[in-house]
Design a protein around this ligand. Structure first.
Ligand SMILES: *[C@@H]1O[C@H](CO)[C@@H](O)[C@H](O)[C@H]1NC(C)=O
Ligand SMILES: *[C@@H]1O[C@H](CO)[C@@H](O)[C@H](O)[C@H]1NC(C)=O
Ligand SMILES: *[C@@H]1O[C@H](CO)[C@@H](O)[C@H](O)[C@H]1NC(C)=O
Ligand SMILES: *[C@@H]1O[C@H](CO)[C@@H](O)[C@H](O)[C@H]1NC(C)=O
Ligand SMILES: *[C@@H]1O[C@H](CO)[C@@H](O)[C@H](O)[C@H]1NC(C)=O
Ligand SMILES: *[C@@H]1O[C@H](CO)[C@@H](O)[C@H](O)[C@H]1NC(C)=O
Ligand SMILES: *[C@@H]1O[C@H](CO)[C@@H](O)[C@H](O)[C@H]1NC(C)=O
Ligand SMILES: *[C@@H]1O[C@H](CO)[C@@H](O)[C@H](O)[C@H]1NC(C)=O
Ligand SMILES: *[C@@H]1O[C@H](CO)[C@@H](O)[C@H](O)[C@H]1NC(C)=O
Length: 828
């Protein structure tokens, strides 16, 4: 990319210098006097986007377009249907003020085609990749922009929209093929139904549909039929309506360091792509339709598609194929018809009354196309449908409301997981029979026996392992009870000392490229020592006045601790003002880099997550009990959990840890340090801390691991609930499924996951005395304690303000606690 831009800039500079223009800034604007000729380009100010001429493979045709970093990533094309045949093209502003592409004969090949422009306009390539044509004579009004005339790519902040009155659309249109950008047969647009959906069209017939837009706070801001979409704040979608009745869909990401886009490729597949800056390529996140089942109406009316079964199509229960021969030959276009007429139809026709109709439940589906929507509450939805004979199905879709269908059911898809169930009206004779009951009992008993034997086995294994561990660690610890300054100094001397100069070399003079992250007391760098060993160097910021105390503290604490779930300190460095700690290097950085990043989440399946939970618990147990001192960490959070190559967790950052001697295990501090969102109420409010405050943080961490969400980050402020608040709400509603990250949702582990959620809720209970100890937590995790107590009201279910996730180190007296905007504690 650097090569191309340098090549291009030289001729551009030469030409424009004739016009006496100011070259202090990169050129991002085209005017009538400042035009570009093939192969020149203009750059957006941030140099990410370029506008210029390009060719595609095996062709000499020239196109004018915008690309991201390199020409292989074209995101917009001007003259899609009318390529230039040679390299004599020009992009300029014409006399009528339009942006135009001219060929060698000065004929207009493409024009922005706006009537009413003045003759003094300019086109600017903005930092978001939007090419904006401005009318300068009318105080810079925008008369045209490429975001309103997209090609096949949707960029952040771009709006895909449909005008409800005129039907006018801003939509994506596919290329004909990967080497021909002319308009292909597929388009992607927003359907402004009562509950909007997006569609991919093949010509005029639907090819894929997203399912209705879910806007609930918790599981909201997604399309219900796109199983890969996680949650509001991860995907950053927003659906809105402008005053004139134009419904639009847009997206933006909290973290815009790497561009993320949507592309409708030439096969009609909508791809979510991420820019991989290290390799300069796009990585495909998810794609729809991803298999045959995603294709619109694959199984015809009253058919249901399940990609996990074979054949993929089946008729809904109570229905049979319209044409059995065709159906058996896998031609599903004609769909299915009802086997036994509905009772309410028979009554209408005057024949005898039967036992009545009922509803069959189909779990975890994408609901059919074109339901009638109403905001009726759950119970009313069923009644309303039941009472109206023409209602043949209903669904209570989480975060949206009640849907009902009256004519036919098309495009139903069965998912392996998901919150939405569909109820279809069938005659009484089609409803579930009692005979299934015995089978269910037998299966349940069998499963029960298997689970008990497995549990017994693990219990036995854990017991033996743990005894071995305790014996091992007991021998390693030889810790002085008297923590005087002299002792600290003496202990420091036992620790390897590193020279500042060597560390500077190892980290390339603490170059920002080597920075791994920002800890509570300063940045952490990756370094490679002379012998090739990789280390992490934590450099205490000089500005931090409190640094020295914490430094000594951390060194003393951690140099004596040895456990496989605690990060290992290799040495330290004190020279002049510089204070540094040298740790073993963790290849996989910290837990938050996995847990909250859409691309990385997938790497953490349930087994790995459970392993991490157990590891953290073991590390904590060691801190609280197994080392001869009681150590309260006080700042347990995902960024302080490091992961090694095998994703084993190691607790780090002991700068805030407090050590207790003998039997005392509670303390009160005037300086509340820690991170909002993870601090227990008694600690945040009164400065009281004990091992139960670590248990509280552990509970939050556990809920975060299960749900893949940060305690404090939600897009929608309406409900202002924290993760803990949501967990509590769902727990009381007896349905915690929405809490579970779709990445790990799996029926086999359902009970384990439920157990973890319950343990998490027990840990975050408002009153410290009800919270379990870490030893109890470990027994609970291993199912040694079978009947967990029901959790009581947790603390911090609501929040008042956006909470900062940064470590806070405000100094304050306990009486001035009101200054700390933590969150409100709900009354019980
Ligand atoms: C370009 O031509 C080569 C050789 O004919 C062929 O292998 C390749 O697939 C072509 N590429 C495209 C995009 O058509
Ligand atoms: C330009 O706009 C006019 C009407 O506004 C339309 O008739 C014409 O086809 C357009 N030309 C192009 C090249 O789009
Ligand atoms: C274009 O500019 C000329 C002189 O600068 C002016 O006379 C004319 O009215 C302008 N045309 C429009 C459409 O503004
Ligand atoms: C055209 O617009 C530019 C920028 O606003 C201004 O400097 C210039 O004087 C204008 N030219 C005419 C002829 O109005
Ligand atoms: C799209 O429509 C065309 C023409 O109707 C058809 O030939 C093609 O197979 C369709 N594409 C897909 C993926 O179904
Ligand atoms: C499937 O059935 C429809 C309607 O009977 C027919 O038009 C179509 O050709 C059949 N498709 C195939 C692949 O046989
Ligand atoms: C009811 O009567 C209509 C017309 O009389 C007929 O088409 C329909 O099949 C009948 N339905 C049932 C369930 O008998
Ligand atoms: C029954 O449902 C149909 C279709 O949804 C609707 O048109 C009709 O008004 C409903 N009837 C009553 C009595 O609600
Ligand atoms: C199913 O219903 C939709 C919308 O009500 C209608 O457009 C379509 O033709 C119907 N299909 C069949 C096979 O009846």
């Amino acid at each position: 990319m650097g090569f191309i831009s340098r090549l291009n800039l030289i001729p551009v500079l030469l030409i424009f210098s004739c016009f006496h223009l100011d070259f202090g800034n990169a050129i991002d604007t085209i005017t009538s006097s400042q035009f570009i000729k093939d192969p020149e380009t203009i750059n957006s100010k941030n140099s990410r986007f370029k506008l210029g001429f390009f060719s595609l493979e095996n062709s000499t045709n020239r196109y004018v377009g915008i690309w991201y970093f390199s020409q292989s990533t074209v995101i917009w094309v001007a003259n899609r249907n009318k390529p230039l045949r040679d390299t004599s093209g020009i992009v300029t502003i014409s006399e009528d003020g339009n942006l135009v592409v001219l060929n060698g004969q000065k004929e207009v090949v493409w024009s922005s085609n706006v009537s009413n422009t003045a003759n003094n306009s300019s086109a600017q390539l903005s930092d978001s990749g939007n090419l904006v044509l401005q009318d300068n004579s009318r105080s810079k009004t925008t008369v045209w922009e490429s975001f309103q005339h997209p090609s096949d790519t949707m960029l952040p902040t771009m709006k895909i929209s449909t005008d409800k009155r005129t039907g006018e659309k801003i939509q994506l249109t596919s290329w004909k093929s990967s080497s021909d950008p002319s308009i292909g047969s597929y388009s992607f647009s927003l359907e402004p139904l009562n509950v909007p959906e997006v569609f991919t069209w093949n010509g005029t017939s639907p090819y894929w549909r997203s399912g209705p837009w879910r806007s609930g706070t918790w599981n909201g801001q997604i399309f219900t039929g796109v199983t890969e979409m996680n949650s509001g704040y991860l995907d950053g979608f927003k659906l809105g309506e402008e005053e004139e009745g134009t419904v639009y869909l847009t997206f933006a990401f909290a973290d815009d360091s790497d561009l993320s886009i949507f592309v409708l490729n030439s096969e009609g597949i909508l791809e979510r792509r991420y820019w991989n800056g290290e390799k300069d390529i796009w990585k495909v996140g998810w794609a729809e339709p991803k298999d045959e089942c995603d294709v619109y109406g694959k199984c015809g009316t009253f058919g249901i598609c399940n990609s996990l079964s074979s054949p993929i199509c089946s008729c809904l229960r109570g229905f049979e194929p319209m044409n059995k021969e065709e159906w058996n030959e896998k031609n599903w276009t004609n769909g299915c018809v009802r086997r036994v007429p509905l009772q309410c139809e028979r009554v209408k026709n005057g024949s005898e009354a039967g036992k009545g109709d009922g509803f069959l439940k189909i779990e975890m589906v994408k609901v059919p196309y074109l339901g009638e929507w109403s905001s009726s509450p759950g119970d009313k939805c069923r009644t309303r449908c039941f009472e109206n004979c023409s209602c043949i199905a209903y669904a209570n879709v989480a975060g949206i409301g009640c849907f009902s269908w009256s004519e036919n059911l098309t495009d139903i898809q069965k998912f392996p997981s998901g919150p939405d169930d569909l109820y279809i009206r069938v005659d009484f004779s089609e409803l579930d029979k009692e005979r299934d009951f015995k089978v269910i009992i037998i299966i349940t008993v069998l499963i029960g026996i298997i689970i008990i034997s497995i549990a017994a086995y693990f219990l036995w294994r854990w017991n033996t392992n743990d005894r071995a561990n305790i014996q091992k660690s007991g021998g390693l610890l030889d810790f002085s009870e008297d923590l005087t300054a002299d002792m600290k100094r003496a202990e420091l001397q036992e620790l390897p000392l590193f020279e500042f100069a060597k560390l500077a070399t190892a980290t390339n003079d603490f170059h920002s490229a080597n920075m791994l992250g920002q800890g509570g007391f300063g940045p952490v760098y990756k370094g490679i020592l002379e012998d090739g060993k990789e280390v992490a160097v934590k450099r205490l910021s000089r500005a931090s006045g409190q640094g020295r105390e914490e430094f000594m503290n951390e060194v003393v604490v951690i140099s004596k601790l040895q456990h496989r779930n605690l990060v290992k300190l290799l040495g330290c460095c004190i020279e002049g003002d510089e204070k540094m700690l040298i740790y073993e290097y963790m290849a996989n950085k910290s837990l938050d880099a996995f847990l909250f990043k859409p691309l990385k989440q997938k790497d953490l399946d349930w087994r790995k997550r459970f392993n991490i939970i157990q590891g953290i618990a073991r590390g904590l147990l060691y801190l609280h009990r197994d080392s001869r001192l009681i150590i309260i960490h006080r700042d347990l959070k995902p960024s302080n959990i490091l992961l090694d190559e095998e994703l084993n967790p190691k607790i780090s950052d002991f700068g805030m840890a407090r050590i207790f001697k003998g039997s005392e295990d509670k303390d009160k501090t005037k300086r509340v340090v820690g991170t909002y969102g993870y601090m227990s109420p008694e600690y945040a409010m009164e400065g009281l801390f004990s091992e139960k405050s670590d248990v509280f943080s552990f509970g939050v961490l556990l809920l975060e691991i299960v749900s893949g969400r940060k305690n404090t980050s939600f897009y929608d402020d309406d409900l202002s609930l924290t993760l803990v608040g949501f967990a509590w709400k769902f727990w009381n509603e007896d349905n915690v499924t929405p809490l579970i990250s779709p990445e790990i949702y799996d029926q086999c582990f359902r009970n384990d996951i439920m157990r973890c959620i319950q343990i998490g809720l027990l840990c975050v209970q408002e009153l410290a005395r009800y919270r379990p100890t870490v030893a109890t937590i470990i027994s609970m995790l291993h199912s040694e304690i079978v009947n967990l107590p029901p959790p009581k009201q947790p603390a911090f279910t609501e929040r008042q303000i956006m909470l900062s996730a940064e470590s806070s180190q405000k100094k304050h007296r306990p009486s001035s606690i009101n200054n700390v905007t933590v969150t409100i504690v709900q009354g019980r």
